[in-house]
Design a protein around this ligand. Structure first.
Ligand code: COA
Length: 259
């Protein structure tokens, strides 16, 4: 594997670009620098005809804990061209198959990006969570559209409003993941599926992917634009700042003074 950057590591073989998030000491929490590198990797993969499939993964201990909460507190992304928004756009518009092998926690964007994947494989110990509301934020990556479309309003409201984690079995039952495997086998299984996909006729694969997503494409763009607008406002809200501070200070947040 070539080290494209310390926390994002890539390797290419048999038409499959493996992209590993590697910041295990922080559960693969994503910094602006990492988002920027990921956006660049996705962009280069579009242009590289040797890449037919992109497979994203972490390590057995973590897929990703989502956005680095220290950065959200101290340097929130406020511009449209901020690395986080470049990354969301990059996976939303990625024209080739996008696969994920999920082990350990997949929090925030770690779960919402899966709604844009073509195939997702999860380890038995994977834990998914959309804690945006608990953090004083709002859903992102078109999850406010894609999650209810996948599982219905009642279950989407439960996952988004309460923000509690759910396991791989529930994710499979929701249709968020294709298969659940023992943690030690997830990456190999995902790689085998990725290689199989890379051997398919590439133009037909890209066309089928585009057609599968066609009915929602315009709505996804519109929803993401509105979510991004609201998200930026929420990042500086007193509720969010209380939630970020509480996480970093390892205490329970107290929202009792807010109306
Ligand atoms: N941002 C910054 N640091 C993070 C982080 C994040 N999103 N997630 C984890 N970390 C850090 C912890 O602060 C801790 O750092 P420390 O060792 O310097 O104290 C380290 O990673 C390990 O995390 P820890 O909480 O001890 O691991 P855990 O296995 O008990 O729990 C999680 C893992 C992912 C469930 C938990 O860390 C968590 O809830 N993280 C926040 C997730 C989140 O809200 N993300 C934002 C989504 S928008």
């Amino acid at each position: 594997m070539n080290e494209a950057a310390p926390h994002i590591v890539t390797g290419k073989s048999e038409g499959v670009l493996r992209v590993e998030i590697r910041r295990p000491e922080k559960k693969n929490a994503l910094t602006a620098a990492m988002y920027g590198q990921l956006a660049d990797v996705f962009g280069q993969a579009v242009a590289d005809s040797d890449v037919r499939v992109l497979l994203l993964h972490g390590q057995p201990g973590a897929f990703t804990a989502g956005n680095d909460l220290g950065e959200f507190l101290n340097d929130p992304p406020m511009n449209e061209d901020a690395p986080v928004f470049r990354f969301l756009t990059a996976f939303r518009d990625f024209p080739k198959p996008f696969l994920a092998a999920v082990t350990g926690p997949a929090v925030g964007v770690g779960t919402t990006m899966l709604l844009h994947c073509d195939l997702v494989f999860a380890g038995e110990g994977a834990k998914f969570q959309l804690p945006f509301v608990s953090l004083g934020l709002c859903p992102e990556a078109a999850s406010s559209l894609l999650l209810p479309a996948l599982i219905g309003h009642a279950r989407a409201a439960e996952v988004i409003l309460l923000g509690e984690p759910f396991g791989a079995g529930q994710a499979r039952e929701m249709g968020l993941v294709n298969a659940v495997l023992p943690d030690a086998e997830v990456l190999d299984h995902a790689l085998a599926r990725a290689r199989r996909l890379a051997a398919q006729p590439p133009a037909a694969v890209r066309l089928a992917k585009q057609l599968l997503k066609r009915s929602q494409a315009a709505l996804i763009r519109e929803t993401m634009a509105e979510e991004d607008r609201q998200f930026k406002v929420r990042l500086n809200s007193p509720e969010a700042r209380e939630a970020f501070g509480a996480f970093l200070e390892k205490r329970k947040p107290d929202f009792s003074r807010f109306s």
